[in-house]
Design a protein around this ligand. Structure first.
Ligand code: MLT
Length: 202
Protein backbone atom coordinates (compact mmCIF):
# COMPACT_ATOMS: atom_id res chain seq x y z
CA UNK A 1 0.00 0.00 0.00
CA UNK A 2 1.14 3.55 -0.64
CA UNK A 3 2.00 5.78 2.32
CA UNK A 4 -1.12 8.01 2.22
CA UNK A 5 -4.79 7.15 2.05
CA UNK A 6 -5.63 8.51 -1.39
CA UNK A 7 -7.73 8.36 -4.53
CA UNK A 8 -6.28 7.96 -7.97
CA UNK A 9 -8.40 8.64 -11.03
CA UNK A 10 -6.67 7.61 -14.25
CA UNK A 11 -6.71 10.16 -17.06
CA UNK A 12 -8.06 9.73 -20.58
CA UNK A 13 -5.56 12.21 -22.07
CA UNK A 14 -2.12 10.57 -21.83
CA UNK A 15 -0.39 13.83 -22.79
CA UNK A 16 -1.88 15.88 -19.96
CA UNK A 17 0.05 16.55 -16.74
CA UNK A 18 -1.54 14.75 -13.77
CA UNK A 19 -2.82 16.86 -10.90
CA UNK A 20 -1.89 16.36 -7.25
CA UNK A 21 -5.01 17.51 -5.38
CA UNK A 22 -4.45 18.80 -1.83
CA UNK A 23 -7.52 19.55 0.27
CA UNK A 24 -8.07 22.17 2.97
CA UNK A 25 -8.42 21.59 6.72
CA UNK A 26 -11.23 19.13 7.44
CA UNK A 27 -11.30 17.80 3.89
CA UNK A 28 -10.34 14.40 2.55
CA UNK A 29 -9.15 12.64 -0.59
CA UNK A 30 -12.58 13.00 -2.26
CA UNK A 31 -13.00 16.74 -1.67
CA UNK A 32 -11.30 18.10 -4.76
CA UNK A 33 -12.02 15.33 -7.27
CA UNK A 34 -14.93 17.24 -8.87
CA UNK A 35 -12.87 20.42 -8.93
CA UNK A 36 -10.00 18.53 -10.57
CA UNK A 37 -12.32 17.14 -13.25
CA UNK A 38 -13.70 20.62 -13.93
CA UNK A 39 -10.38 22.42 -14.24
CA UNK A 40 -8.52 19.66 -16.11
CA UNK A 41 -10.86 17.31 -17.99
CA UNK A 42 -9.14 14.09 -19.05
CA UNK A 43 -6.20 14.50 -16.67
CA UNK A 44 -5.15 11.85 -14.13
CA UNK A 45 -5.93 12.91 -10.53
CA UNK A 46 -3.91 11.90 -7.48
CA UNK A 47 -5.54 12.96 -4.23
CA UNK A 48 -4.04 12.08 -0.82
CA UNK A 49 -5.66 12.67 2.57
CA UNK A 50 -3.65 14.79 5.01
CA UNK A 51 -2.24 12.69 7.87
CA UNK A 52 -2.35 15.28 10.65
CA UNK A 53 -5.55 15.42 12.68
CA UNK A 54 -6.68 18.63 14.37
CA UNK A 55 -9.67 17.77 16.54
CA UNK A 56 -10.50 15.06 14.01
CA UNK A 57 -10.02 17.35 10.97
CA UNK A 58 -7.41 16.07 8.48
CA UNK A 59 -4.65 18.51 7.49
CA UNK A 60 -1.25 18.31 5.84
CA UNK A 61 0.83 19.72 8.75
CA UNK A 62 0.49 20.89 12.34
CA UNK A 63 -0.24 24.47 13.29
CA UNK A 64 -0.01 26.21 16.64
CA UNK A 65 -3.07 28.29 15.75
CA UNK A 66 -4.68 29.68 12.59
CA UNK A 67 -1.94 31.12 10.42
CA UNK A 68 0.89 30.14 12.82
CA UNK A 69 2.61 26.98 11.69
CA UNK A 70 4.82 24.33 13.28
CA UNK A 71 7.58 24.78 10.71
CA UNK A 72 9.48 21.67 11.77
CA UNK A 73 6.35 19.67 11.03
CA UNK A 74 5.84 21.57 7.74
CA UNK A 75 9.29 20.39 6.61
CA UNK A 76 8.73 16.83 7.80
CA UNK A 77 5.31 16.58 6.15
CA UNK A 78 6.50 18.13 2.87
CA UNK A 79 9.22 15.46 2.72
CA UNK A 80 6.63 12.77 3.45
CA UNK A 81 4.35 14.09 0.69
CA UNK A 82 7.28 14.25 -1.73
CA UNK A 83 7.99 10.57 -1.00
CA UNK A 84 4.33 9.70 -1.59
CA UNK A 85 4.38 11.42 -4.99
CA UNK A 86 7.40 9.33 -5.95
CA UNK A 87 5.67 6.12 -4.82
CA UNK A 88 2.47 7.02 -6.68
CA UNK A 89 4.36 7.92 -9.86
CA UNK A 90 5.97 4.47 -9.84
CA UNK A 91 2.74 2.66 -8.94
CA UNK A 92 0.54 4.43 -11.49
CA UNK A 93 3.10 5.28 -14.17
CA UNK A 94 2.42 9.02 -14.17
CA UNK A 95 4.59 12.06 -14.84
CA UNK A 96 5.51 14.67 -12.21
CA UNK A 97 2.19 16.31 -11.28
CA UNK A 98 1.03 19.89 -11.03
CA UNK A 99 -0.16 20.46 -7.46
CA UNK A 100 -3.59 22.02 -7.01
CA UNK A 101 -4.07 22.95 -3.38
CA UNK A 102 -6.70 24.85 -1.42
CA UNK A 103 -5.91 26.61 1.87
CA UNK A 104 -3.91 24.16 4.03
CA UNK A 105 -3.40 22.07 0.87
CA UNK A 106 -2.07 25.13 -0.98
CA UNK A 107 0.31 25.76 1.92
CA UNK A 108 1.78 22.25 1.84
CA UNK A 109 2.04 22.55 -1.96
CA UNK A 110 4.05 25.77 -1.54
CA UNK A 111 6.23 24.10 1.11
CA UNK A 112 6.84 21.12 -1.19
CA UNK A 113 7.81 23.42 -4.07
CA UNK A 114 10.31 25.21 -1.83
CA UNK A 115 11.82 22.12 -0.19
CA UNK A 116 11.43 19.38 -2.86
CA UNK A 117 11.17 21.30 -6.15
CA UNK A 118 11.91 18.24 -8.31
CA UNK A 119 8.67 16.56 -7.22
CA UNK A 120 6.21 19.01 -8.81
CA UNK A 121 5.91 20.34 -12.37
CA UNK A 122 4.15 23.46 -11.11
CA UNK A 123 1.30 24.48 -8.85
CA UNK A 124 -2.08 26.14 -8.60
CA UNK A 125 -2.22 27.66 -5.12
CA UNK A 126 -5.70 28.65 -3.98
CA UNK A 127 -5.53 31.02 -0.94
CA UNK A 128 -1.95 30.05 -0.05
CA UNK A 129 0.20 31.75 2.55
CA UNK A 130 3.91 31.58 3.50
CA UNK A 131 4.52 28.05 4.85
CA UNK A 132 8.16 28.60 5.90
CA UNK A 133 9.54 31.95 7.05
CA UNK A 134 13.02 31.09 5.84
CA UNK A 135 12.86 28.42 3.11
CA UNK A 136 15.96 26.78 1.61
CA UNK A 137 17.25 28.10 -1.73
CA UNK A 138 15.18 26.10 -4.24
CA UNK A 139 15.54 26.06 -8.02
CA UNK A 140 12.08 26.58 -9.48
CA UNK A 141 13.22 27.79 -12.90
CA UNK A 142 10.87 26.60 -15.63
CA UNK A 143 8.01 25.93 -13.21
CA UNK A 144 4.78 27.88 -13.41
CA UNK A 145 2.77 28.82 -10.34
CA UNK A 146 -0.72 30.31 -10.34
CA UNK A 147 -1.54 31.95 -6.99
CA UNK A 148 -5.14 33.04 -6.48
CA UNK A 149 -5.73 35.19 -3.40
CA UNK A 150 -8.87 36.71 -1.90
CA UNK A 151 -8.90 40.50 -1.41
CA UNK A 152 -10.98 40.07 1.77
CA UNK A 153 -9.53 36.75 2.95
CA UNK A 154 -9.63 36.89 6.79
CA UNK A 155 -6.94 34.14 7.04
CA UNK A 156 -4.36 35.35 4.49
CA UNK A 157 -3.30 39.02 4.75
CA UNK A 158 -2.27 40.66 1.45
CA UNK A 159 1.23 41.23 2.83
CA UNK A 160 1.60 37.49 3.50
CA UNK A 161 0.58 36.46 -0.04
CA UNK A 162 3.02 39.08 -1.39
CA UNK A 163 5.81 37.49 0.67
CA UNK A 164 5.02 34.06 -0.78
CA UNK A 165 5.16 35.57 -4.29
CA UNK A 166 8.57 37.05 -3.45
CA UNK A 167 9.88 33.69 -2.14
CA UNK A 168 8.72 31.74 -5.20
CA UNK A 169 9.88 34.40 -7.66
CA UNK A 170 13.30 34.56 -5.99
CA UNK A 171 13.57 30.79 -6.57
CA UNK A 172 12.92 31.34 -10.29
CA UNK A 173 9.27 30.28 -10.60
CA UNK A 174 7.05 31.91 -13.25
CA UNK A 175 4.41 33.50 -11.03
CA UNK A 176 0.93 34.50 -12.07
CA UNK A 177 -0.73 36.13 -9.03
CA UNK A 178 -4.33 37.32 -9.13
CA UNK A 179 -6.29 38.78 -6.26
CA UNK A 180 -10.03 38.19 -6.58
CA UNK A 181 -12.76 40.22 -4.84
CA UNK A 182 -13.61 37.31 -2.51
CA UNK A 183 -12.74 35.84 0.90
CA UNK A 184 -11.08 32.52 1.81
CA UNK A 185 -13.69 30.37 0.05
CA UNK A 186 -13.44 29.44 -3.60
CA UNK A 187 -15.46 31.18 -6.31
CA UNK A 188 -16.39 30.46 -9.91
CA UNK A 189 -13.60 32.85 -10.94
CA UNK A 190 -11.05 30.55 -9.23
CA UNK A 191 -12.25 27.59 -11.29
CA UNK A 192 -12.25 29.56 -14.56
CA UNK A 193 -8.77 31.00 -14.00
CA UNK A 194 -7.35 27.63 -12.91
CA UNK A 195 -8.83 25.90 -15.95
CA UNK A 196 -7.48 28.54 -18.34
CA UNK A 197 -4.04 28.54 -16.72
CA UNK A 198 -3.77 24.72 -16.80
CA UNK A 199 -4.91 24.58 -20.44
CA UNK A 200 -2.28 27.17 -21.37
CA UNK A 201 0.48 25.38 -19.41
CA UNK A 202 0.02 21.91 -21.02
C1 MLT B 1 -3.36 26.53 7.46
O1 MLT B 1 -3.47 26.13 8.60
O2 MLT B 1 -2.72 25.96 6.58
C2 MLT B 1 -4.04 27.82 7.15
O3 MLT B 1 -4.42 28.46 8.34
C3 MLT B 1 -5.23 27.59 6.26
C4 MLT B 1 -6.24 26.70 6.92
O4 MLT B 1 -6.11 25.49 6.84
O5 MLT B 1 -7.18 27.23 7.52
Amino acid sequence: ALSFVHRFEPGTDAGARPLLLLHGTGGDESDLIQLGRMIAPGTALLSPRGKVLEGGAPRFFRRLREGVFDEEDVRFRAAELADFVGEARAAYGIAAPIAVGFSNGANIAAATLLTHPEVLAGAVLLRAMVPLADPPAADLRGKGVLLLSGAVDPIVPEENAARLVAQLTAAGARLDHRTLPVGHGLSQADLNLARQWLAASQ
